[in-house]
Design a protein around this ligand. Sequence first.
Ligand code: NFS
Ligand code: SF4
Length: 644
Amino acid sequence: MEPHERSVDKAAQKMIANMAEAGQKNAWDRLEAQLPQCGFGKLGICCRICTMGPCRITKKAPVGVCGADADTIVARNFLRAVAAGASAHSDHGRGVAEVFLATAQGEAPDYDLKDTVKLNKLAQELGVETKGRSTSEIAIDVGEIALAEFGKPKGNQLMALRAPQPRQEIWQKLDITPRAVDREVVEALHRTHMGVDQDYRNILMHASRTALADGWGGSMLATELQDVLFGTPYPGRGEVNLGVLNKDEVNIIVHGHEPILSEMIVAASQDDELLAAAIEAGAKGINVAGICCTANELLMRHGIPIAGSFLSQELAIATGAIELMAVDVQCVMQGLAEIAKCFHTKLVTTADKARIFGVEHVPMEERTALNTAKELVNVAIDNYKNRGEVDIPSEKEKVVAGFSHESINYMLGGRFRASYRPLNDNIMNGRIRGIAGIVGCTNPKVPQDFTHTTLARELIRRDVLVLTTGCATIACGKMGLANPKKALELAGPGLREVCEAVGIPPVLTCGSCVDNSRLLVACAEIVREGGLGDDISELPAAGACLESITEKAISIGHYFVASGMLVVFAKELLPISGSENVSDYLFRGIEKDLGGRWAVESDPVRAAEMILEHIESKRDALGINIKKRRKLYDMEDRRALAVE
Ligand code: NFS
Ligand code: SF4
């Protein structure tokens, strides 16, 4: 496959070509080596959860050894994916809660609580007394309650109380209000064990509950606590793409998901002594850049540049310009170890739960975080002298990032009367047709960045405001869609007018994948603001992830669906088509239960049309599509009015 068939990003194309020339392998090559991939896996109809199997569903053998049919197997695989995704987000959240609590207790001296306004708001929501109490007293209580949310034996997720009342009632009626994350995930594994839950509808109902425990629990807590610890994002400038690497500086890449690591490396990189050491080593400075969601976290809060998304991790090393790549958890390819061997790049794992065989491990602990980060920066500086040839693509694009729920609110309503009113009004008057979230990954099965960015362009052209997170954000950033000047040119007249008046771009970069919880909060607040129905399912809004790869993406998709939204995935990336019943439920039946539904469409233009059609049908249902015609009354009309 040619580089341009693998990615639409010029910088990536160049590195893919370079790697091919040097005989180095990347994810695209490994995908080719895997072809043809297992058709049963794609359809979701293979089961290996017991040793009577593995079983695969065929015409000749329509059930497994235990008698499980395609519906059960597909539903079980789906629930297991949701459970794994929810676990990943929530374990990240729990890690943040632990550092948060340690910080409040004075046991993590290198961290502090940056946003005390948000802390107090959160405290009130969680029922923690704030009057007459010190920040650390409040934070200890908040930290303890938050930590308990992950594993408490009784009760429901407290964050779920943020959902609109009718939404909560729907969940109650179906008995799927999410309990502690641990409980939902353990129950998911229990139900999907051999010989337990064998009614696909019942299995999928628990998938909804587990996903909700992620969105309105683990992920939301991760976002909230990170904002208090590291600061709530406000819009600022940054740059995205491999061109942010600097030929004359010590380049450090932070890759993974938890800002617990990356925040400290950023702090260490600004240390005067280390800067002096870098200069002594012949470099002009220290350049930290991010990859994957940790990059989004840093860009959102500090304007730290992003080198690339998931599929650019190997390409970044192939520039020859990376002295150190420090990784923590999630979306880190084992293939990095191989490519790092071809260059001077030092690859280091930092999370005890995520090590790579043969790669040096430097554990990051909350008590000694800054020191460890400084050690790592030192390793990078020492490694500068070992650089060989460097070939950095020139591409980089300006972005404005940092759209948290709070900052969108302020930008719309002004600092003193923060509100979504102007947004609601402009949706009601039709200048903005609706809202779409474009989220998720980059998958080598799809040309990198193509579908995310095409979909974004098609939507803003149709006056739909786009919110992005995860690697989709990075894709949009690279293609100029998070650059207000360029993106406004592409926006439809109504959207453009509103964006210009309020001073926001038509594509809002909202952060990492746990920050999809910001989109849930925003939806709940838009409903609360009034005029667009009483529940999230009434909003003219939808979500899409056309380049998904991970189980996390399935969990995210499903919590949006279970929150009342339409979610569009690429057909070949949602492994459910082996069961007509499961597909029929997730594409249609679930809407009657939860107001949201899944859809599949791999073509981004058609996906945009599908989303717009959905948005217009919601607008019709809200009655905001009826054009009020100005009527000129004649005498007869007036008389008629008088009679009435
Ligand atoms: Ni989300 Fe982030 Fe990227 Fe996909 Fe991976 S980095 S958590 S899963 S690949 S968007
Ligand atoms: Fe086969 Fe049933 Fe065992 Fe799955 S649980 S591997 S379908 S026998």
